[in-house]
Design a protein around this ligand. Structure first.
Ligand code: GLN
Length: 537
């Protein structure tokens, strides 16, 4: 196979323009034309990875099969492309510097002064080309986090400048900007775009394509004006108008012919028209649901919805699979207690208790689970949500009032959730959890085995604590059974209730694996059970 082509995506004017969605949409179109594409995100912060970041800082931490803790944009890449990403798809400044500094300590640069150019930029360039060199991909899209002009982005833009020069027509750059509408003037304004492109030009990068975020259609005159001031062809000024859903964006980009312009510039054939039939069917169902249901999402980071990005998207996929609109009600776990549980939860068709860390809001999660268990409301507990279901059952059904996870109460006499033996000596925080894909055997005749329709699954993990097998018999005798077990370690991965229409807690994160093409069976069947519940009430 010929060597890979590279597309660099930068952003200007402001953050949050949606570089991730534009990158994923372009990748989708190129994939639908028969190319194999991957997307990489470079993040200019100094953390080695986002694993140590509070979700309020940066939204959800997404986990790949190979156990990398990554930026949530990788979730979009996987949901759009239905192809797994890996550690190589997300690189931070921290990781770049760590590699260079380690090499320096090992004497690799002996005698040399280690500098941003060329040492840091060479490491950035190496990381960008790593995916291309695997031979798996025709096209690698590299999204550069942050906004052009930020001090911390400079080494990345410099690396793009060098690579564009070295790779010639095998590389191009797309710059995403904002064309704001000024109500007072009644006009769209191009000046921020002009300035942003100037900032890039000062750093030596001439963008080949401009994608302009806008709330109103961009006229031909305005496109001409932008083209003239920014040295790009008129057909390379792409309008990216606000959309109802992120899943519209690939089709909007197709209308704007972004894929055609890209392929022409990379000197690649158009191959065939993009095969987007499945995507269009998905969108049709998304926009024309036959019904609606209310699902509660109980968590403690709900002020920032990005903290639960993959869960919210998995619900969209599962809603489409059931042709129902899932109205998520975000419920703060700190606002639930015995008195308020009914007011907050009654009438919901299903409740999901979210993953999380630490003590805050834990009693509210447990109380919410008591309510749904007693009221036969379908329940899906993810990671900490599953652990809370175990604690609730131990306290209120088995009768161990002090049952807890040793994460919250190290002194409990009933540590039903406990630290794993091999984690006990770990004191460092970054990258030390049980991370990534592990296999799980499903018990024959269990609810989960019918949900998945098979007996062997693999799912992604991100946690330190586990169900304590010492207590398993007590749970099973009382009606909560371990229906998914890790065949290699015997760790419990799934708990379910016998006397309940649909009550499943999973130690792993099914939400990371749900894509447009492959909605996750746990979410699909949970919504199905919730529809059943709402028909009854
Ligand atoms: N805090 C729990 C643990 O570390 C659960 C983690 C999670 O929900 N991702 O085991």
């Amino acid at each position: 196979m010929a060597s890979a082509k590279y597309i660099f995506v930068t952003g200007g004017v402001t953050s949050s323009l949606g570089k991730g969605i534009i990158s994923a949409s372009l990748a989708k179109l190129l994939q639908a034309r028969g190319y194999s594409v991957t997307i990489q995100k470079l993040d200019p912060y100094i953390n080695i990875d986002p694993g140590t970041l509070n979700p309020y800082e940066h939204g959800e931490c997404y986990v790949t099969n190979d156990g990398a803790e990554t930026d949530l944009d990788l979730g979009h890449y996987e949901r759009f492309l239905n192809v797994p990403t890996s550690q190589a798809n997300n690189v931070t400044t921290g990781r770049i510097y760590q590699t260079v500094i380690n090499k320096e300590r090992e004497g690799e640069y002996l005698g040399k002064t280690v500098q941003i150019i060329p040492h840091i930029t060479d490491e950035i360039k190496r990381r960008i080309q790593l995916l291309g060199e695997t031979g798996e991909f025709d096209i690698v899209i590299t999204e550069i986090g942050g906004t052009v002009g930020d001090i911390e982005s400079l080494p990345y833009v410099e690396s793009v400048r060098q690579l564009k020069w070295e790779l010639g027509s095998s590389a191009l750059s797309i710059h995403l900007t904002l064309v704001p509408y000024l109500a007072a003037a009644g006009e769209l304004k191009t000046k921020p775009t002009q300035h942003s492109v100037k900032a890039l030009l000062e750093l030596g990068v001439q963008p080949d394509i401009l994608v302009c975020r806008t709330e109103k259609p961009i006229s031909t005159d305005i496109r001409r004006k932008i083209a003239l001031f920014c040295n790009v062809n008129v057909n390379a000024v792409i309008e990216s108008i606000d959309a109802d859903t992120i899943y519209d964006v690939p089709l909007l980009m197709y209308k704007e012919q972004l894929d055609k312009v890209v392929l022409a510039k990379l000197k690649l054939p158009l191959q065939h028209e993009p095969e987007l039939e499945q995507w269009k069917i998905f969108l049709g169902k998304l926009k024309n649901p036959l019904n609606e249901i209310r699902i509660g999402l109980v968590g403690k980071y709900i002020e920032l919805k990005d903290s639960y990005k993959s869960i919210a998207e998995a619900f969209i996929h599962a809603g489409v699979a059931n042709e129902v609109k899932v109205n998520l009600e975000w419920i703060h776990s700190e606002k639930i207690d015995e008195q308020h549980a009914a007011a907050r939860l009654s009438g919901l068709a299903g409740v999901l208790v979210a993953p999380g860390f630490g003590d805050r809001g834990i009693e509210g999660k447990i109380e919410a689970i008591r309510y749904v268990r007693e009221h036969q409301i379908p329940f899906l507990g993810i990671c900490l949500g599953m652990q809370c279901a175990v604690i609730e059952f131990a306290r209120n059904v088995i009768g161990w009032k002090d049952a807890h996870s040793t994460e919250m109460n190290p002194a409990t006499r009933h540590p039903v959730i406990d630290f794993m033996e091999n984690q006990k000596n770990i004191t460092r925080k970054g990258g030390t959890m049980r991370l990534g894909e592990y296999s799980c055997s499903l018990v024959k005749g269990s609810k989960v085995s019918s949900v998945y329709g098979k007996h062997k699954i693999t799912e992604r993990h991100r946690h330190r604590y586990e169900f304590n097998n010492k207590f398993l018999k007590d749970f099973e005798d009382a009606g909560m059974t371990a229906s998914g077990i890790n065949p290699d370690t015997n760790l419990v991965e799934i708990m379910e209730l016998k006397n309940h229409p649909w009550f499943i807690g999973v130690q792993f994160h099914p939400e990371y694996k749900s894509t447009v093409e492959n909605p996750h069976p746990l979410f699909v069947k949970f919504i199905k059970a919730a529809m059943e519940k709402s028909r009854q009430s």
